[in-house]
Design a protein around this ligand. Structure first.
Ligand code: ZN
Length: 371
């Protein structure tokens, strides 16, 4: 059976935050906000379970943004002074906080939502963290003056939180590194080292998610400039295959990534994106099963996990629910197809064996004939 999961984030309900935004403002505050975050987490755990997902997440309901949700808990960052910065190689502009001193965790980052989720689901639980390279690309720096030093400082903090999450009972820790598809040379020079540092000593399952970004307009426009074949993965996969990270989460459906690139990840689990988060059109189980079928040519079945292309945070809530169902139904259909194919193969090979068997019998009979 294929085990299904999602990249991580899910839409926030309208009573928690602004909808269909990447940096949504909270609708309530104080104790009411904490309660609303928990309620939303519970809602999405149930939706994921009802859809039939095997590895569930907290839907990132307790953080405003996948990077800044972590940074808010780090000392040495000035959030009162945000500056406009071009991020992902100037693909789009964001208001980012500034590193002004040595970095240190103020305390636990995701303990509340991780422990709460753990208490409310029997399924395997995944919690996501931003990767060091993506953090460095989403923050201004006035203190370290060196990207690699800054990344390693963040990697240490991420590791501290990841180890604590493992103790909270989290089964899977994922680092989100969309920047890996942008700065491919830096990935090989220091990005993977920083990632391995963040995951150091973890005994739970570790994942890195590398996509072509959320389904926002800036990313859709950027993808149009990438040509007929997207080969960013080709540059980084060989190095990534040597990293300590066990699973790689990728964008696949409706992308122009040549599927044969997946063979460069030999030995790793591959979370294949079979759900497009940049389109409101809900995939049919058949479409999902077709993508799984194509990936199976290059990834062994036991290493293949059907997943979403990216997080679903900026999507419509009902569409996201429908897409969760499509993901699981597609995976089940792919299994059915495999069973039928295998049965077909078994029948043919049984026939062959019987045929060979009968030949052997006759030759043995021939040998045993008195000379
Ligand atoms: Zn993503």
């Amino acid at each position: 059976m294929f085990e299904t999961t999602i990249a991580g984030s899910l839409p926030k309900p309208a009573w928690l935050a602004e909808t269909q935004k990447l940096w949504p403002a909270w609708k309530v505050s104080g104790a009411e906000l904490e309660r609303a975050k928990r309620d939303a987490t519970l809602l999405w755990l149930k939706e994921q379970e009802d859809a039939g997902l095997d590895i569930v997440t907290d839907g990132e309901q307790s953080r405003q943004h996948f990077v800044h949700g972590f940074l808010e808990f780090v000392e040495g960052i000035d959030f009162s002074r945000k500056v406009k910065m071009g991020i992902r190689n100037n693909r789009y502009e964001a208001m980012v906080p500034v590193v002004t001193g040595p970095l240190r965790l103020k305390g636990r980052v995701h303990q509340i939502e991780a422990s709460f989720s753990r208490k409310h689901t029997q399924k395997r639980l995944k919690i996501t963290l931003p990767g060091p390279m993506t953090i460095v690309d989403t923050i201004a720096d006035e203190h370290y003056g060196d990207k690699v030093k800054l990344a390693m400082a963040f990697a240490e903090l991420l590791n501290q939180e990841a180890r604590a999450l493992e103790k909270d009972g989290v089964d899977v820790i994922q680092f989100d590194e969309p920047a890996f598809n942008v700065y491919m040379d830096d990935v090989k020079r220091w990005g993977i080292d920083a990632l391995d540092r963040a995951a150091q000593g973890l005994k739970c399952t570790t994942v890195v998610h590398i996509c072509y970004g959320y389904g926002i307009q800036a990313n859709i426009e950027w993808k149009k400039t990438l040509g007929s074949e997207w080969r960013q993965y080709q540059e980084i996969f060989p190095a990534l295959a040597k990293s300590k990270i066990q699973q790689i989460s990728l964008e696949c459906i409706h992308s122009r990534v040549p599927v044969e690139l997946l063979k460069l990840l030999k030995g790793k689990d591959v979370l294949v994106g079979v759900i497009d988060v940049a389109s409101d059109k809900v995939e049919t189980p058949r479409e999902v099963a077709d993508v799984i079928g194509r990936a199976l040519q290059f990834v062994p079945k036991r290493h293949l996990f059907p997943c979403t292309n990216c997080g679903m945070a900026p999507m419509d809530r009902d569409i996201a629910v429908a897409k969760l169902k499509a993901l699981v139904e597609g995976a089940r259909l792919a299994e059915k197809k495999l069973r039928i194919e295998n049965q077909g193969r078994t029948t043919i090979s049984t026939r062959r064996t019987q045929k060979r068997g009968s030949t052997r019998t006759s030759s043995r009979a021939g040998r045993s004939r008195p000379r």
